[in-house]
Design a protein around this ligand. Structure first.
Ligand code: SF4
Length: 338
């Protein structure tokens, strides 16, 4: 499938990809930085197509305030436009897509399959999530499938690093119902040194997403790199100011992976950081650790639990809501619910 955002040079058959802030100038026969796009005879083509599809609990994205207890058909492929040294999914994100014979035919068949699965309501499915690796680099197929899924009245979800240019953002977001977006750090040098990216476009994407859909934010907390009180509170303050203090914020524990062998996040530290973030935000969660409180949703007014979650894939064991209001005191909770 031909890339929608590119500037071709017919003289030397190079082409500039304008999809994400990297703006790769790709020579004929070469790949872009993400490994999911290749210049074939002067035209950039999308090669990164889904290789996985599972019916996941929505809590696994993580999305805790978007149709709790529902399931969503989840697709991912390979490649990523960030090169995080601590990537927890590096076995799929850090690989180039292979060349494919009959590329156009395969792409079309793949998109039709996603639409078929994403619009199938069986087993409680509410739609389609683009996740596991970075969906932005598969922009064209996601645009097409999410438009069809949206027209069928089903939901589209993105789990993203937020590294996409403004034009494609606006074009895609009108079909998206919810996003979980990573703010990996509030320090631009962290983005440069550990992710080969920059912070500003990510923040801008989060703000724009808020104009279109439900937004939740995730930060993977890495000891010594981004786990100071100052840094976590800086992110929480920014979220409160730019996205609203009722935006769910997930603090997730890191485990040594890929190129980083710093020790795993201490659970007690994560629990402490949650408390610091809650000075600015109403709903803050811990992830990847055993934490009795950090997995539940509490009413910001009366402090009683409105959603109690189990462990693992966070199955819900108790819901104390009347619609989107706390059953105990009537406070409105920022929640999409049937
Ligand atoms: S989407 Fe890939 S090829 Fe395009 S600019 Fe970004 S990293 Fe480069």
């Amino acid at each position: 499938m031909e890339g929608l955002y590119q500037k071709k040079n017919i003289e030397d058959l190079s082409s500039k990809c304008l999809l994400c802030p990297h703006k790769c100038l790709i020579k004929n026969g070469e790949y872009g930085f993400c490994g999911g796009r290749k210049n074939i005879n002067g035209t950039i083509h999308l090669l990164s197509l889904p290789i996985t599809g599972y019916l996941d609990p929505i809590e696994k994205k993580p999305l805790y305030h978007f149709y709790p207890n529902s399931k969503i058909a989840s697709f991912g492929s390979e490649g990523c436009n960030l090169k995080c040294k601590f990537c927890q999914n590096w076995t799929i994100s850090q690989f180039k897509s292979s060349d494919k014979d009959k590329l156009e035919e395969i792409t079309e068949r793949t998109i039709q399959n996603i639409i078929k699965v994403g619009t199938n309501k069986q087993d409680g499915n509410i739609g389609c999530a683009y996740t596991y690796n970075e969906p932005s680099i598969s922009f064209e197929y996601i645009l097409k499938s999410s438009e069809a899924i949206n027209k069928a009245g089903m939901k589209n979800v993105l789990v993203t690093n937020g590294y996409l240019n403004a034009g494609p953002q606006k074009r895609l977001l009108k079909y998206i119902d919810a996003i979980n977006l990573d703010i990996k750090s509030f320090d631009d040098s962290f983005y440069k040194n550990y992710c080969s990216a920059t912070l500003k476009p990510v923040l801008r994407y989060a703000e724009r997403a808020k104009e279109y859909c439900h937004v939740e934010i995730t930060t993977l907390v890495i000891p010594t790199l981004n786990d100071s009180k100052i840094e976590i509170q800086a992110i929480a303050k920014w979220i409160a100011k730019h996205l609203g203090n009722d935006t769910p914020f997930h603090l997730s524990a890191y485990f040594p992976n890929y190129k980083l062998d710093i020790d795993a996040t201490n659970p007690e530290k994560l629990i402490e950081l949650r408390k610091y973030a809650m000075e600015y935000l109403k709903y803050v969660y811990t992830g990847n650790i055993y934490d009795k409180e950090g997995k539940n949703t509490y009413c910001p007014s009366c402090s009683k639990p409105v959603i109690v979650r189990g462990y693992g894939y966070r199955p819900i064991t108790e819901i104390n809501l009347n619609g989107d209001k706390c059953k105990f005191c009537g406070e409105k909770i920022n929640l999409k619910i049937n």
